[in-house]
Design a protein around this ligand. Structure first.
Ligand SMILES: [Zn+2]
Length: 255
């Protein structure tokens, strides 16, 4: 048996039989892992009731020879982020970010930058210092760059004309090409969405500089809406999966 310890965020928890829980953990040291927490349901003493979704823990796990079944041996609470679970809107955004990580991350592959990014947005949405919408733009832009799918918002993906030199106020974004396309190069085909120059500018600001500064950028409500619509479509297109949490998030936002 090998043991390892790491900070970890609980992405999912499901009941397993009458006594146990299976947790999907996003760990700093080993990326995404599935771990069984034996007797976690039977006895609250065993883990002290801290194995909640979005909780940040210090975990000690052991894995057998095949490495398939990871057993959670110990868990200490680093940050319970309890406000996320008591606020509908916060739960919806946190679930969406967690699902993105869960869908994209491979098992047992360290992703320290993504771990820090997810921890940052969860901590911020819990505290309520930055709006959920801005955090979601920040998370998705930074996720795209970590995942190597960064959208090209700087120049036309075909003729390389700089966005600043494009005269129209609204520019097409071509999902297949992963970037903006000027009007001259835009054919009739393709999966596209229109972005305003104002939205593009704000998305690029969010993508530069450190996380704390990026979280303080003020968006106009139009740029916020345009940015969220675009990034949610962009991430969905690139992950190749309709996420359940995104459907719920959009329903909540309509209300
Ligand atoms: Zn062009």
């Amino acid at each position: 048996m090998k043991t390892f310890s790491s900070p970890a965020i609980v992405l999912r928890r499901i009941d397993y039989g009458d006594y146990d829980l299976i947790l999907t953990l996003f760990t700093m040291e080993r990326g995404k892992i599935a771990a069984i927490a034996k007797s976690a349901k039977k006895s609250t003493k065993r883990f002290g009731g801290i194995l909640e979704i979005f909780s940040v823990l210090d975990v000690v796990c052991s894995s057998g020879r095949g490495g398939n079944l990871v057993i959670l041996q110990e868990a200490d609470l680093i940050n319970c982020l309890a406000d996320i679970r008591t606020d509908f809107n916060k739960t919806a955004y946190a679930s969406y970010w967690s699902e993105i990580v869960n869908v994209w991350a491979e098992n047992d592959a360290k992703q320290e930058r993504l771990y820090r990014l997810l921890y940052y947005v969860l901590e911020q949405i819990d505290s309520g210092h930055v709006s959920a919408e801005i955090l979601s733009i920040l998370f998705q832009m930074r996720f795209a760059s970590i995942a190597g799918i960064c959208p090209n918002l700087v120049r036309c993906s075909m003729c390389q004309l700089a966005v600043d030199s494009i005269r129209e106020e609204h520019i097409s974004f071509d999902f297949q090409k992963g970037g903006v396309v000027c009007r001259k190069c835009t054919g009739n085909s393709g999966n596209r969405l229109s972005l305003s120059k104002g939205t593009i500018k704000q998305l690029l600001w969010v993508d530069s500089g450190d996380l704390k500064k990026a979280g303080k950028i003020r968006f106009t409500s139009l740029a916020l809406e345009g940015g969220l619509n675009f990034l949610e479509a962009f991430v969905t297109y690139n992950l190749g999966k309709e996420m359940q949490s995104l459907k719920i998030l959009r329903q909540i936002r309509k209300k």
